[in-house]
Write a protein of this length. Structure first.
Length: 319
């Protein structure tokens, strides 16, 4: 019933926990598509070993192209009516597939089921007694409200069971960071019915070497472009409240990235971020508080505000 797409890149240490969580599933009707994205450690050999161990596992070996490229390769190979993305350094609760299929069987016409994750060092175990009544949503405005209220879990591609037909013409954008948020921005307007459940079914392993925790690099500015695209989508949908919320978050993100760029000596990136912040400061009534509210007001008044902001943060040991 479910195609589980698992991108793999140099995670030899973490992949066993991920795969053991799949082999321990209480519902056996799924296929696992391991996409080895050009690993240079022992991950590729591990993938082949799992394919020999269990007929439900297939392996794709490909040249390194990044997370989006690996997921897209998995989508091309998927054959089941439902899809689930699982990062190879994370893992599922033993009842995850069974719980999601039970919700799916009771709600035939849905686009995806949104579930919850637990941040963990790898020790998290799901509560087998958890029981939460799912909520059906057919209002696009409420879908975006949930996205803004819940943040990361709602923006993640991995915390959802999708109807495979959603991806007939949909793929992850390659060559960018924050690919999950970019996808969800395009995906939500295509949805007619989303089911929300409070079940915690996904163990999100926090590790310093993962992409999301890397230090500053130019691709982090992709987040600002994605927010621009989301603001355009929301404006066309008439969701002015969320346009303002998007611009407010964009201002905070740009301020953080500006300080990181300055600290890293990335002068061109800092210049681009300075221009973006000045443009955002012209937006009326952004919803900001604390240091960001002060920076917003000062940036509207003087061109020296950002330099002052950075110097003060450096002096306080925060940049």
């Amino acid at each position: 019933m479910v195609s589980i797409i698992v991108p793999v890149y140099n995670i030899e240490r973490y992949l066993p926990q991920c795969m053991n969580s799949l082999f321990a599933q209480t519902a056996p009707d799924f296929e696992v598509i391991l996409v080895d994205d050009g690993s240079t450690d022992g991950s590729a050999a591990l993938c082949d070993q799992y394919a020999k161990q269990d007929a439900r596992v297939q392996v794709i070996h490909k040249k390194n192209g990044g997370l989006s490229s690996a997921r897209n390769a998995g989508l091309d190979a998927a054959t089941r009516p439902y899809l689930l993305f699982l990062d190879g350094d994370d893992y599922l609760a033993p009842s995850a597939i069974q719980s999601l299929l039970e919700i799916a069987s009771a709600n035939a016409d849905f686009d995806f089921i949104q579930f919850q994750y637990a941040e963990t060092d790898g020790s998290w175990q799901a509560d087998p007694a958890q029981a939460v009544e799912p909520r059906v949503c057919t209002d696009l405005y409420e879908m975006f409200r949930y996205l803004y209220q819940r943040g990361g879990v709602a923006a993640s591609a991995c915390t959802k069971l999708y109807r495979a037909s959603l991806f007939e013409k949909m793929r992850f954008r390659e060559g960018i960071a924050h690919e999950d948020e970019e996808l969800i921005t395009r995906l939500l307007p295509q949805c007619h019915c989303v089911i929300y459940t409070g079940l915690v079914l996904y163990g999100y392993v926090m590790r310093s070497g993962s992409i999301i925790h890397d230090q500053f690099n130019p691709h982090k500015l992709d987040a600002l472009d994605i927010m621009d695209a989301r603001a355009d989508v929301l404006r066309k949908l008439g969701c002015g409240e969320f346009v303002q919320e998007t611009r407010s978050r964009q201002f905070c993100t740009a301020a953080q990235l500006y300080c990181q760029a300055r600290r890293s000596g990335a002068a061109d990136m800092a210049k681009r971020l300075r221009a973006k912040l000045r443009a955002l400061a012209r937006e009326p009534k952004l919803r900001l508080s604390g240091q960001y509210r002060l920076l917003y007001r000062l940036t509207r008044l003087t061109g020296y505000a950002l330099e002052l902001y950075y110097c003060v943060r450096r002096f306080c040991g925060k940049s």
